[in-house]
Design a protein around this ligand. Structure first.
Ligand SMILES: [Fe+2]
Ligand SMILES: [Fe+2]
Length: 166
């Protein structure tokens, strides 16, 4: 199913999160200690500046509207929240670890694997389900609230829905 325009901001976030995760999975084994520490810091920064905003928008704007619908598949809502909590917990581990570089690498890899799987789940199952149960009015409200939170984050006219998520 084609992604509804009202969910584009969330799908654009998914594209940049997939890139972050890909760059960890592909290169982390080759990193020296300094590069590992820098990647740890940049992932924590990405989480605090982008991912938290994204998770909160899903948890506070999208999921509650889905749960108000009698057709909701509640297992998909639960899995979304479970995934978020797992990702939060990996960030806590990342923040704690500054000396053991092998351990840092394995936490980074686990973060990347789980984030990638989570995004694919949302695009393939959660968002598809949202599009099948919510009505146009719900989606317009969702878009309005997300836009208020995101400000000018995606105002560039060159922002198109990435093909792999379409
Ligand atoms: Fe999510
Ligand atoms: Fe998401």
């Amino acid at each position: 199913m084609k992604r509804f325009e009202q969910l584009y901001y969330l799908s654009w976030d998914h594209r940049s999160a997939l890139m972050e995760a890909f760059n960890v999975s592909k290169y982390v084994d080759e990193f020296d200690n300094l590069q590992t520490l820098e990647k740890r810091n940049s992932i924590i920064n990405f989480y605090e500046k982008d991912l938290l905003l994204h998770f909160r928008a899903e948890e506070e704007i999208l999921l509650p509207r889905m749960t108000l619908n009698s057709e909701v598949n509640i297992e998909l809502i639960r899995k979304t929240l479970d995934d978020h909590i797992l990702i939060h917990s990996l960030i806590i581990l990342l923040k704690k670890e500054t000396n053991d570089f092998q351990k840092l690498k394995s936490i980074l890899k686990e973060f990347a694997t789980n984030l990638t799987a989570h995004i694919r789940f949302e695009e393939r199952e959660l968002f598809e389900h949202a599009q099948s149960i919510l009505n146009n009015n719900d989606f317009n409200e969702i878009q309005k609230e997300i836009t208020e939170r995101y400000g000018d984050k995606y105002l560039s006219p060159s922002c198109d829905l990435p093909e792999e998520l379409a």
